[in-house]
Design a protein. Structure first.
Length: 311
């Protein structure tokens, strides 16, 4: 973890891999002033990608037992936190249970609360750039590259969307993640035939799915490649559908998927979107959960404007 000592006053935590590189370290104090939070201090808790269940449990216990620790946002580790430590939470929301992930750790008196905010935040970010009637008017589909927490959340949000696509293809490199996602949608009651679960053993397999998608389709990098590890789920010679929306969930890192899509932006008429607004919504929703605030769209825009200055 990044900090061997913790402050004697209240603070919020950030559970990730390389938290010190995140813009939130500069943004959080600005947001604290705007929102009137009781602290301007954000402490990073860095865990490796191969952290053990014992490490996750120790961190959740630290958050629970430190009276100055107000709660935390969890990024890359949200599914592992749930798997290793969900029994330490007295309260879990339906999204957390159904998706088997915890992205927001908050305290309610003596109770520890775990929530999965991604289905909400990914939908807010999607609505920022995709027309409300896009799928009905274009016949476009969705290809989500990655069946982890963020990919699962997006597939959930799309299934709930009034303007749902005809088909959502979700890929993964191993069958276990696809089976987990299938079970999430079975429990959720997602209509049969909406989600197609595809194992891709190579970047060429993924590229074939992307190239076959109809014009205007939404192509999403939800793998974490380009942030937690360098690389892209697609090869450099991938052909994006004409007029596609290419959405990179990350906003920092090597961002190979973003560069690939920008390379075809003019030729293929692509709409290229990075993960900045997803970052804004993700953090603002968890800060609101931890400090028990209600955010209006006007406040979110105020937070976004403050964050833009340190991007």
């Amino acid at each position: 973890m990044t900090s061997d000592s913790t402050p004697a006053s209240d603070y919020m935590g950030f559970v990730g891999v390389t938290t010190g590189s995140s813009s939130i370290m500069k943004v959080f104090p600005l947001w604290a002033d705007i929102l009137g939070l009781p602290t301007r201090t954000l402490i990073g808790h860095d865990l490796p990608m191969d952290a053990t269940p014992q490490q996750y449990r120790a961190l959740v216990e630290q958050i629970r037992d430190d009276p100055h620790h107000r709660g935390a946002l969890v990024t890359t580790h949200k599914m592992n936190v749930y798997a290793a430590a969900s029994d330490l939470f007295e309260e879990l929301d339906p999204f957390a249970v159904s998706c088997s992930e915890i992205s927001s750790i908050a305290k309610r008196g003596t109770l520890l609360s775990g929530r999965a905010k991604d289905p909400i935040t990914v939908d807010l970010a999607l609505n920022d750039f995709l027309p409300a009637d896009h799928f009905a008017t274009t016949g476009a589909e969705v290809v989500i590259l990655g069946a982890g927490g963020s990919g699962t959340a997006l597939s959930w949000a799309l299934a709930e969307r009034a303007d749902a696509p005809a088909k959502v293809t979700v890929t993964a490199r191993d069958d276990a993640k696809l089976e987990h996602l299938r079970e999430v949608h079975r429990q959720h009651g997602t209509r049969d035939g909406l989600i197609e679960y595809v194992r891709t053993d190579s970047v060429e397999d993924a590229a074939a799915l992307v190239a076959a998608a109809p014009a205007g389709s939404l192509i999403v990098n939800a793998t974490g490649l380009g942030k937690d590890h360098p690389g892209s789920p697609l090869p450099d010679d991938v052909i994006f559908p004409q007029g596609a929306y290419a959405w990179e969930f990350n906003y920092r890192g090597s961002l190979e998927f973003l560069h690939q899509s920008r390379g075809q932006e003019a030729e293929r008429g692509l709409h290229v979107v990075d993960g900045w607004r997803y970052f804004i919504h993700g953090w603002s929703q968890v800060v609101a959960d931890v400090f028990e605030l209600t955010l209006t769209p006007e406040i979110v825009e105020q937070l976004a404007e403050a964050a833009e200055g340190v991007r």
